[in-house]
Design a protein around this ligand. Structure first.
Ligand code: PMP
Length: 308
């Protein structure tokens, strides 16, 4: 039987025992950095594959540098801890793996990161689809602008800055849409609330620069690699204006949770014919096989977790 466990204060414990005090700094101020990693269960092969684990931990440690979170683990340690936790849990289904480096100091009225102790915790939970929609999704342009790098660095997953994404996602879903597209203060397209964005126009793939305040997405990087290697597409990173999306042939979103999700409608205007475009379809077909360890060429992106 699978067990719900956590890596907490240096060891693996039952998830129900992994608890922090209400005085924990990160609970009050969002002074933490996290990752979202997928473990993909391959039913035919009876194997668990974790997708691009090292890259996720490299990004986590980048966030730790920015937030002065001093945790006693390097990328190798973090990968080892993850393998150990997944083996101890024994899940044989798709997982969401959530590492969190946080200011664990039990002291609230202190805004000096350099004075606050840090810790690291890790959980893994069964996880299916993130966006509850078959086929192409409906998006709106958010009334919330994407936080700027001059406010809180958006390129890494700092917990506190997720309030920005949460306001946008909440507004979109309360309004009957599946997802929000956020613009920068200058009105350039930035990204979805939890996904990077791509646009196809005349067979060329466009995506905003990371400097347009989006997260340096690992699925974004995977999609760009596949577009180039498998479809031979030209990829251009540049400013994208909102109205360009209305006129695009295809728009899609990329993220660990969302995979490659086609956008069929933005602000009640159909994109292309409103369905799933051919380039989006083909990238998505490659991606879903790759993350499950079914494409030998990209097995180097997949870490197999030996399970009993
Ligand atoms: N942007 C935001 C704001 C996100 O939260 C995520 C999910 N991590 C992404 C983009 C996609 O990043 P990745 O492909 O690395 O999951």
């Amino acid at each position: 039987m699978p067990q719900a466990l956590a890596f907490f204060r240096g060891k693996i414990v039952p998830l129900s025992e992994a608890k922090v005090s209400v005085t924990t700094h990160a609970l009050h101020y969002g002074t933490a950095v996290f990752e979202g990693i997928r473990g993909n269960w391959n039913e035919e092969q009876g194997k668990m594959f974790v997708f691009r684990m090292r890259e996720h931990y490299e990004r986590l440690l980048q966030g730790c540098r920015i937030m002065l979170l001093d945790i006693p683990y390097d990328v190798d340690d973090l990968c080892r801890i993850t393998v150990e936790l997944l083996q101890a849990c024994g899940y044989k289904e798709d997982l969401y793996i959530r590492p969190l480096a946080y200011k664990s100091e039990e002291r609230v009225a202190n805004l000096k990161l350099q004075e606050l102790a840090s810790d690291f915790t890790l959980i893994a939970v069964p996880f299916g689809n993130y966006i509850d929609s078959e086929g192409a999704i409906r998006c709106c342009t958010s009334s919330w602008r994407r936080i700027d790098d001059t406010v809180i660095p958006p390129r890494v997953k700092i917990s506190g800055h997720y309030v920005n994404s949460i306001l946008a996602k909440t507004e979109a879903t309360l309004g009957g849409f599946d997802e929000a597209i956020m613009l920068t203060q200058d009105g350039n397209v930035s990204e979805g609330s939890g996904e990077n964005l791509f646009m196809v126009q005349n067979g060329i793939l466009y995506t905003p620069l990371v400097a347009h305040n989006n997260l340096a997405g690992i699925t974004r990087d995977s999609a760009m690699t596949l577009a180039k290697e498998e479809l031979g597409l030209e990829i251009v990173e540049r400013e994208i204006r909102r109205s360009e999306l209305y006129l695009a042939d295809e728009v899609f979103l990329t993220g660990t949770a969302a995979h490659i999700t086609p956008v069929g409608e933005l602000d009640s205007r159909p994109i292309g014919d409103g369905g799933v475009g051919p380039i989006t379809r083909s990238l998505s077909d490659f991606y879903v096989e790759i993350i499950r360890g079914n494409n030998p060429k990209y097995l180097y992106w997949c870490e197999e977790i030996p399970l009993e």
